[in-house]
Design a protein around this ligand. Structure first.
Ligand SMILES: [Mg+2]
Ligand SMILES: [Zn+2]
Length: 237
């Protein structure tokens, strides 16, 4: 199988944007004004998040209790098992926070997965620091994590991107195929990228099997899918 999977976290694996939830819970409300600067395009997500994380006041225990409350798409685990049976390399590539993602994956029993995200560390006195080890100055996205440069590291593989939002745009434009949710659907339509919408990871399992031209071996949730997209025409047509 000559594919690699680049999977977004916030809104894709997690049901909500966990950085937004974190800021709502622990940051001074001026984080909204910084968010507005990002929405307007005045700043990239890298600068946006660094300033927002500075506004957080939470002890490590409070942070851990918050992380325990995060809900994910529980079909994600069986989707990963499926990808592993096909020997497909999977990387969680996120413009969110590694601290949150690693905790959530550990809770789901998926702590062996590769995670590329912004690094959140505790400074003491309830304060936290953000660094962005996967940022790229050459990418137009100005995000904390440049997804397109991470995907480009495996040149021998075709890239399947699974995502939902703005942080997935740069890598979706470079991808061989995209499974898209929410705002990323419209972006893929506008840019005429090879993509299919997906509802959740049980649906994504069926779509992945189609993409690989293999009969699905996971039946959970698959019976609810009545209409399969014509993936082959989309890719090769
Ligand atoms: Mg997302
Ligand atoms: Zn990029």
């Amino acid at each position: 199988m000559n594919w690699q999977l680049i999977v977004d976290f916030d809104g894709t694996i997690s049901l909500k944007d966990t950085t937004d939830l974190l800021l709502k819970k622990f940051a001074d409300h001026s984080w909204h004004a910084i968010e507005a600067e990002w929405h307007s395009g005045a700043i990239g997500s890298r600068e946006c998040m660094m300033r927002q994380i500075d506004l957080i006041r939470a002890t490590p225990d409070e942070m851990d209790a918050f992380v325990d409350s995060i809900e994910i798409d529980w079909h994600f685990k069986s989707f990963i098992r499926q990808a592993q049976r096909y020997s497909l390399p999977v990387t969680i590539v996120s413009d969110g926070l590694d601290y949150v993602i690693n905790s959530v994956l550990r809770r789901a029993g998926l702590d062996g997965l590769a995670v590329n995200a912004n690094h959140l560390s505790y400074k003491g006195d309830g304060q936290w620091r953000l660094s962005s080890p996967f940022a790229s100055n050459s990418c137009h996205s100005q995000s904390g994590t440049c997804k397109c440069s991470i995907a480009a590291q495996r040149r021998d593989k075709m890239t399947l991107v699974i995502g939902d939002g703005r942080s997935d745009r740069c890598v979706a434009e470079e991808a061989d195929f995209v499974f898209a949710k929410s705002g990323l659907i419209q972006f893929c339509e506008e840019k005429q990228l090879p993509f299919t919408p997906f509802r959740d990871f049980s649906h994504a399992s069926v779509l992945l099997a189609d993409l690989l031209e293999i009969t699905p071996t996971i039946s959970a949730g698959a019976s609810s899918v009545t209409e399969k997209p014509a993936l082959k025409e989309t890719i090769y047509g």
